[in-house]
Design a protein around this ligand. Structure first.
Ligand SMILES: [Zn+2]
Ligand SMILES: [Zn+2]
Ligand SMILES: [Zn+2]
Length: 463
């Protein structure tokens, strides 16, 4: 009974049998088709590879016949497209196919080779120029100072042009920096040409100073341009390089190396150095001459410069209303403030009155940094105005002269709060505004001699 119930009906078995037969037939057909497809694919791959090899051999034959680079032919010429198309279609590239595009292929390879040569020449030229610039910087950092023309003019010296080459002729980099340093011929030639250039510059700048055709038989007397009094201004840009910022004018080496700043860039103009761009700095020359007179020094001799530097902070500018104490290094820059700067030399004791707060060289320059540490130093209420300080000292000295008894009692008679208030303290920016408003000193003209610090500043400290 149970068996009869679990057995499927006869019609169901017949149906399932038919379905299995169909499936088997389908699977068989599918297998046959797959096998055929597999065989076809294998055959296709084999023919593809063998055709590729045939085409590659054909292309290589072309490259060896014409002396081309295989990858250039494939990647940079119309042959490459033909080659790839024929590979895809499993067809051989025939000689007649190539013949149709032969001239285009040759032209493409010619352009490619020319572009490559041009790029190589440009790279070699850039490298040579870099080598020249390196050697120029090497000469510039030499001590004692080497007098040089600006870099674009230096590049135009015949020996430099020869070694630097030009983008159209150069074949390969010439290791310029090494050659100019080690090759005796180039070292000698460069020195000769620079000496020649300097002689001409000296002659022309001498004329600017009012000494055309200056000559002497003396080996001790300096040429006018080599004297401490030789100071120049550029008529074209009126600017100076950073190292001349304190002086705001140029000496002979400075004028020789001067390249106009901030003017419309004209490369061709930069390549020519002309003494006629400069005028003599009358104010600086007059101030220096006055100082030399006061010190009884003759600028024609080399010693004058050395002896002037030992004068120290004892020069009083009497053209400044309150009197400012200067040293010989400040004179040139300071002289531009006055039409006709007057000065006198102080004895050490007299100068000490003005230097109750010591003179700090390069103070303004050191304060111009943008680092956070420098900003903090600038914000500190630690700066004073020397103009006001000196005016007060002058007033006090005058009062003492009127009433000599005041000298002994002055400290007691002047109320304490008034004395303290006398010497006003500023932040650097506050002092900046004060100098502008009270003393008419513009932003760019603030100098070390205008200011003092109450507490010494340690610029080297990393805190
Ligand atoms: Zn200039
Ligand atoms: Zn002055
Ligand atoms: Zn002041």
């Amino acid at each position: 009974m149970l068996q009869a119930m679990s057995r499927p009906p006869l019609s169901f078995n017949i149906h399932r049998g038919r379905r299995n037969t169909k499936k088997i037939a389908f699977n068989k057909a599918y297998m046959e088709f797959s096998e055929a497809l597999y065989d076809w694919d294998n055959l296709r791959k084999t023919s593809h590879h063998s055709n590729e090899a045939v085409n590659e051999t054909f292309a290589k034959c072309l490259t060896s016949k014409y002396g081309w680079e295989y990858w250039d032919l494939i990647n940079a010429t119309p042959y490459g497209n033909l080659h790839r198309l024929k590979n895809k279609r499993i067809e051989p590239v025939l000689q007649k196919d190539f013949d149709q595009i032969a001239s285009q292929v040759d032209q493409a390879l010619l352009t490619l080779s020319e572009n490559r040569k041009r790029r190589a020449r440009e790279a070699a030229y850039r490298e040579n120029r870099e080598g020249v610039a390196q050697h120029y910087q090497r000469l510039r950092s030499k001590q004692p100072q080497v007098i040089l023309p600006p870099l674009p003019v230096f590049r135009r010296l015949p020996v430099v042009m020869m070694i630097q080459g030009s983008p159209s002729t150069i074949e390969k980099p010439a290791n310029v920096s090494q050659t100019l340093q080690k090759d005796a011929f180039f070292i000698d030639r460069l020195e000769t040409e620079l000496a020649q250039w300097r002689r001409q510059a000296k002659k022309e700048l001498g004329a600017v100073l009012g000494y055309p055709d200056w000559r002497t038989a003396s080996t001790k007397i300096l040429h006018p341009v080599e004297r401490i009094t030789a100071r120049f201004l550029c008529k074209v840009c009126s600017k100076v390089a950073i190292r001349y910022r304190d002086d705001n004018c140029l000496d002979f080496p400075g004028a020789c190396a001067h390249q106009c700043l901030g003017t419309k860039k004209d490369k061709k103009q930069d390549e020519v150095w002309k003494a006629e761009r400069f005028v003599k700095d009358d104010k600086a020359i007059a101030a220096l001459s006055k100082l030399l007179d006061l010190c009884e020094l003759d600028p024609s001799f080399e010693e004058a410069q050395v002896l002037l530097s030992v004068v120290g902070n004892t020069i009083l500018c009497t053209s400044c209303e309150s009197g400012l104490v200067l040293n010989s290094k400040c004179i040139v820059g300071h002289s531009h403030r006055h039409e006709d700067m007057q000065m006198k030399l102080l004895l050490k004791d007299e100068a000490a009155v003005y230097l109750k707060y010591p003179f700090v060289p390069s103070l303004v320059r050191n304060l111009s940094g943008s680092e956070r540490r420098i900003k903090a130093i600038r914000n500190k209420i630690n700066f004073g105005c020397r103009h006001c300080l000196n005016a007060q000292e002058k007033k006090r000295a005058a009062e003492m002269q009127v009433d000599p008894a005041a000298e002994t009692t002055s400290q007691e008679t002047i109320p304490r709060h008034t004395r303290k208030k006398d010497v006003k303290r500023f932040s650097f920016n506050g002092l900046w505004s004060h100098l502008k408003e009270k003393h008419g000193i513009t932003d760019h003209d603030i100098r070390d001699e205008d200011i003092f610090v109450f507490e010494p500043i340690d610029f080297k400290s990393t805190k």
